[in-house]
Ligand binder design. Structure first.
Ligand code: BGC
Length: 709
């Protein structure tokens, strides 16, 4: 099959066969949305389905594929799509945690491994990476993406696309990637899932689109439109963003699919009166594949008859879908992925452990960590202490949750000579406090308490918005009881988002964000607590003190009256500091690193220049460390108020004890451009501040001035 063959096929297809190609149906292995019709043998045999979702396992996919290839009139192969957000058989840390590694190599390797595993399980395409910028921890899907910053998410996007797709989409170990959810789901009203996002065009272009641009530039095969509306237009029908920006401006010629039942939901949005109108709107916006709602198949004929839809748009959609199948190598060998031997699992395990280590964020530590030799008796307390299944996080479909080691198991294996006692105290969500007494008693006899609290795995991810993103159930009471014993407490937080836990930040001797780490959880956590691994992760999101600070992120625009503690008429709360509990980029290690001598290679620059930025990093400790150094900038004066800080890059540096090293960045002039009035990226002459630091806390950044001619 080649492109000419595809044209011949299209010429031969009936309308129903074309609409069949544009239809993606669920096939039973998992439920990720409201139940609609499932693919049946008959619907596949009749050519009424072009792709299936949420199905894996060779037997199941091979059976459907055989049906499509051997028993439909034209023998067009299906493709199979699966959500592979943080691993398929092997569970890797949730994307938010993995983002904290600030390491594209890690991001790419875990995607590559997940692709191999999913492909061997019959998948051709994954509904990943998820690229929603998220600045609101009430929104549970923050767990699935790379956090709050467009540059971080853009680099994450490119690495994930490279990892999933490899060099050649037709390779049996590669999956087509789907960048989702296009766009602005993270800006949902009040953090409520599926709610409208009403934000300025500038914010859309400045903040929410850059990761999608990066995915497209990396060759991403598909894009999924988001459920939500943006500025009153549901994304499934968003002509300016889907057609004008994505297709025409960026030249994206891959497949666009709707999200689950989203075409039908155009009626709920109130922009379509019936299914025919919904079909026509989505097609017009450039949505090629109807995921689940079956609106294209059932109602496009009516839309055509009423003059709402055009046959040439249908042909263009079918062409893109068939080209994707061609690129996936499915016309040559529809069973190419399932013929492959499964990847050996020990490589995957090592990778999972490595990724887990690099995702653990040490938030506070008064020196109690790493654990010393004197600590002999440890009380491990809390509902997440011995909870393997909770370590997996929100998006595991095919994986066996028992592959994860629990925190307790990890500690027992790492510290065989210590006495370790377990008391759960309370359950994650329940109201029963009768176990708190026993937990308290266990603490009183211990040298140290490790308090394991947080969310259940499924309390983040899709349809998991929380108005109170703190400790659910009676865990707060448990924490208070444990802290009141006066024993030293190390708190470990399992979560898919920053949780509002100021009490743990203030009163625990150390606080560690362990997110949902996947297969390597217990072992990696033990390595960090014992100091066998010197923590390296940094926060990919700003961590609020209170729900009232949300949305919160470092790249905000200046207030009319910037906060001034001595002047009441300035931009601040009267009951809480403006500052977050922890800034973006925060993360401690067991070493102390100091930055000095920020130098720029030039004082003035112009378009096309590459400015060298150099800083000296010194390890003041006796431990080898890996530090992440962030490069930020601020345009001093621009036509549109420039954010107070914008991330321009980061560097990771390995430092031996007491070692000092020069760390260099290259800042291309274009990276300092901002959006002009017409929303085009443009460099404005004038002064910029260049900042370097260990996180986004502006009080501690080194700065230098750079002038654009
Ligand atoms: C989610 C998508 C997912 C799809 C298929 C939807 O509910 O929003 O992210 O890819 O289901 O499982």
């Amino acid at each position: 099959m080649d492109l000419n063959g595809i044209e011949r096929l299209i010429a031969e297809m009936t309308l129903a066969e074309k609409l069949g190609q544009m239809t993606m149906s669920p096939a039973g292995s998992a439920r990720t949305g409201p139940v609609r019709g499932e693919a049946t043998t008959e619907s596949v045999r009749a050519g009424g389905v072009g792709s299936l979702l949420n199905i894996w396992g060779r037997e199941a996919t091979d059976r459907f594929q055989k049906l499509a290839v051997e028993e439909t009139r034209l023998g067009i192969p299906l493709f199979f799509g699966v959500d592979v957000l943080h691993g398929h058989r092997t569970v890797f840390p949730i994307p938010l945690a993995e983002a904290g590694a600030f390491d594209p190599g890690v991001w790419e390797r875990t995607a590559r491994q997940a692709a191999r595993e999913a492909a061997a399980d019959g998948a051709d395409l994954t509904f990943a990476p998820m690229l929603d910028i998220a600045r609101d921890p009430r929104w549970g899907r923050m767990a699935e993406g790379a956090g709050e910053d467009p540059l971080l998410a853009a680099r994450f996007a490119a690495a994930k696309v490279r990892g999933f797709q490899g060099g050649d989409l037709a390779s049996p170990g590669s999956l087509a990637a789907t960048a989702k959810h296009f766009c602005c789901g993270g800006a949902a009203l009040a953090g409520r899932e599926y709610a409208a996002a009403d934000l300025s065009e500038r914010a859309v272009h400045e903040t929410y689109l850059p990761p999608f641009r990066a995915a497209v530039e990396a060759g991403c095969a598909a894009i999924m439109s988001a459920f939500n509306s943006v500025g009153g237009v549901p994304m499934t029908a968003h002509v300016p963003l889907l057609r004008a920006w994505l297709r025409e401006k960026l030249g994206f010629d891959g497949v666009i699919m709707s999200d689950y039942a989203a075409i039908e939901e155009l009626i709920d949005h109130g922009v379509a009166a019936d299914r025919a109108e919904a079909a026509a709107l989505a097609l017009k916006a450039g949505v090629d594949i109807d995921m689940v709602s079956n609106v294209y198949f059932s109602s496009m004929p009516e839309a055509l008859a009423r003059g709402l839809a055009r046959m040439e748009d249908i042909d263009a959609a079918v062409r893109r879908i068939l080209v994707l199948k061609l690129r996936l190598g499915l016309f040559d060998d529809p069973h190419r992925r399932t013929r492959r031997r499964r990847a050996p699992s020990d490589t995957a395990k090592k990778l999972a452990l490595d990724a887990a280590r690099r995702a653990i964020t040490l938030l506070t530590n008064d020196g109690i960590l790493p654990l010393g030799e004197k600590i002999r008796r440890i009380a491990v307390i809390g509902p997440l202490a011995d909870a393997r299944e909770e370590m997996v996080g929100p998006w595991v479909l095919a994986a066996d949750p028992r592959q994860c080691s629990s925190i307790l198991e990890g500690l027992r294996a790492a510290l065989p000579d210590r006495e370790i006692i377990l008391e759960q105290g309370v359950t994650i969500k329940g109201d029963d406090m009768s176990g708190i007494g026993a937990a308290r008693a266990a603490c009183e006899h211990a040298d140290l308490v490790i308090l394991c609290v947080g969310e259940a795995a499924r309390m983040s991810g899709e349809a998991a918005s929380r108005a109170h993103p703190g400790l659910p159930g009676r865990q707060h009471e448990l924490a208070e009881a444990v802290l009141s014993t006066g024993r030293p407490v190390i708190a470990l937080l399992s979560s898919g988002r920053p949780l509002i836990v100021p009490v743990l930040a203030e009163r625990a001797r150390a606080l560690v964000a362990t997110w949902f780490l996947g297969a390597g959880a217990g072992e990696a956590i033990a390595e960090v607590l014992t100091g066998r691994f010197n923590p390296t992760a940094r926060l990919p999101v700003t961590w609020p003190r209170a729900v009232g600070q949300i949305p919160i992120f470092f790249a905000e625009r200046p207030a009319a009256r910037p906060a001034n503690p001595t002047d009441p008429f300035t931009s601040k709360y009267i009951d809480l500091p403006n500052e977050p509990l922890f800034p973006f980029g925060h993360g401690l290690s067991y070493s102390e690193i100091r930055l000095d001598n920020l130098r720029l290679g030039q004082e003035e620059f112009q378009a096309g220049d590459k400015v060298a930025v150099e800083v000296e990093a010194r390890n003041l400790s006796d431990r080898t460390a890996q530090e992440t150094i962030f490069l930020f900038a601020r345009d001093r004066v621009a036509a549109a108020a420039p954010p107070v800080l914008e991330l321009k890059g980061w560097a990771k540096v390995d430092l031996k004890p007491r070692q000092a090293k020069k760390v260099s960045f290259t800042l291309a002039a274009e990276e300092l451009s901002g959006l002009d009035g017409a929303l085009e990226w443009r460099l404005e002459p004038g002064d910029f501040d260049i900042f370097v630091g260990l996180n986004a806390d502006r009080r501690y950044l080194l700065s230098a001035r750079l002038r654009c001619r």
